[in-house]
Design a protein around this ligand. Structure first.
Ligand code: NAD
Ligand code: GLY
Length: 363
């Protein structure tokens, strides 16, 4: 495939609509993103792994502003309220006014925390997402879900707060570890599995190119996933209905991630395993055919993603964690299942015995 150019799309939310740019060299394309900064102050939130690699690329673009970096230690364990408090203190130290901007330079952990900090400062200031992982590019940086983890659970505190722009510089993926890259591919597959059968077929055809990080294939995969997600977000910004579909595999996946203490299983890996389990449960409930589950399993394997629960995890314990999921209501399990590729749906009142049977068959 040929070297890709810059791809642009818009998340259409009326006066809060914003551009998403995908392409090589975007961090250094200062004129493009600087236009999204309205005030005189900026806080760049990043972490100790990403900042040494990529902060220098944006520094010259901040010329003339009063700005400072705020660096988190690396890892999910640092997506905490305490660090939001520290980020807000850094904004205070900067003298940030209502027109200040937070810039999130990093993966989903940085993006979620930076976005939530922006949502809190003076009841909401601008922020720009500069995602540097594939997962953040294709999912977390777009759509305005921000937040942090609490001791009681993952992502339990947060706000819907949309960015002003998303700058996805493909050059940053060159330093992304292989396992993180593949975890991001799971979020690409997820979008296709939920609602875009043609995209799923394209992924099957380009699985080898994607696994080899072919730039044009990567660009097209990101663009197609985001086009799909942007449409869902535009129709249901605050997840009153359709947006819940974007959680295919999440209820299983979060339980697996939590059991692995957020280190044994990456978020994207949890989603991959969770999607497979959701397909198996759909089959068990007579919603879908085995052929669809088999195609999903094959694609995940081709992309080097896990599809089985790691050894040693207990089915009953996983079910207990699934009962805490935010989508449940009135004490009933509410899961995203599917009728086949590209046809996900919300299913309420799923019997715990069926979930347990599927979990037991895979542990
Ligand atoms: P992450 O932010 O922890 O990044 C993964 C690892 O890659 C980290 O060690 C990070 O320092 C490193 N890294 C990042 N960019 C790099 C680069 N270019 N080169 C080298 N190393 C790099 O994890 P993630 O997978 O990006 O995001 C997971 C988080 O996103 C979770 O907290 C999850 O809850 C959240 N999430 C949020 C949404 C949403 O809609 N807001 C959606 C999906 C996931
Ligand atoms: N990652 C799911 C969503 O953005 O709604």
């Amino acid at each position: 495939m040929n070297q890709p150019a810059i791809h642009s799309l818009t998340v259409a939310l009326g006066p809060r609509s914003y551009p998403v740019w995908i392409g090589a060299g975007l961090l250094a394309d200062h004129a493009r993103w600087r236009a999204a900064l309205r005030g005189r102050h900026a806080l760049v939130i990043s972490n100790t792994t990403v900042a040494p690699l990529y902060l220098p690329r944006i520094e010259a673009g901040l010329h003339g502003l009063r700005w400072s970096p705020f660096l988190l230690d690396d890892g999910e364990a640092h997506k905490t309220f305490a660090n939001v408090g520290r980020a807000l203190a850094a904004l205070a130290e900067l003298g940030a006014t209502r027109d200040a901007c937070v810039i999130a330079l990093g993966g989903g952990v940085v993006g979620d925390l930076a976005g939530f900090s922006a949502a809190c400062w003076m009841r909401g200031i601008d922020f720009i997402q500069m995602p540097t992982t594939l997962l953040a590019m294709v999912d977390s940086a777009v759509g305005g879900k921000t937040g942090v983890n609490l001791p009681a659970g993952k992502n339990l505190a947060g706000a819907f707060h949309q960015p002003r722009a998303v700058v996805a510089d493909l050059d940053t993926l060159t330093t992304l570890p292989e396992r993180e890259y593949r975890a991001g591919l799971a979020e690409v597959v997820k979008g296709a599995a939920i609602g875009d059968a043609a995209f799923f077929a394209w992924l099957e055809q380009h699985a080898d190119a994607l696994a080899a990080r072919d730039p044009a294939a990567v660009m097209e995969a990101i663009a197609r996933k985001l086009q799909y997600k942007a449409g869902v977000v535009a129709r249901d910004e605050t997840e009153q209905g359709e947006r819940a579909l974007l959680n295919l595999g999440h209820t299983f996946g979060h339980a697996i991630e939590t059991t692995g203490n957020y280190t044994a299983v990456l978020h994207g890996e949890g989603v991959a395993i969770g999607m497979r389990l959701a397909a198996q449960l759909s089959e068990r409930l007579g919603l879908s055919q085995p052929a669809d589950g088999a195609r999903l399993q094959r694609l995940l394997e081709q992309l080097g993603l896990p599809s089985a629960i790691p050894p040693g995890m207990d089915a009953q314990q996983l079910l207990g964690l699934m009962r805490l999921d935010k989508k449940n209501s009135a004490g009933q399990l509410r899961l995203i299942l599917w009728r086949g590729i590209g046809r996900a749906e919300i299913v309420a009142g799923v019997a715990e015995a069926d979930v347990l049977a599927v979990l037991r068959a895979t542990v």
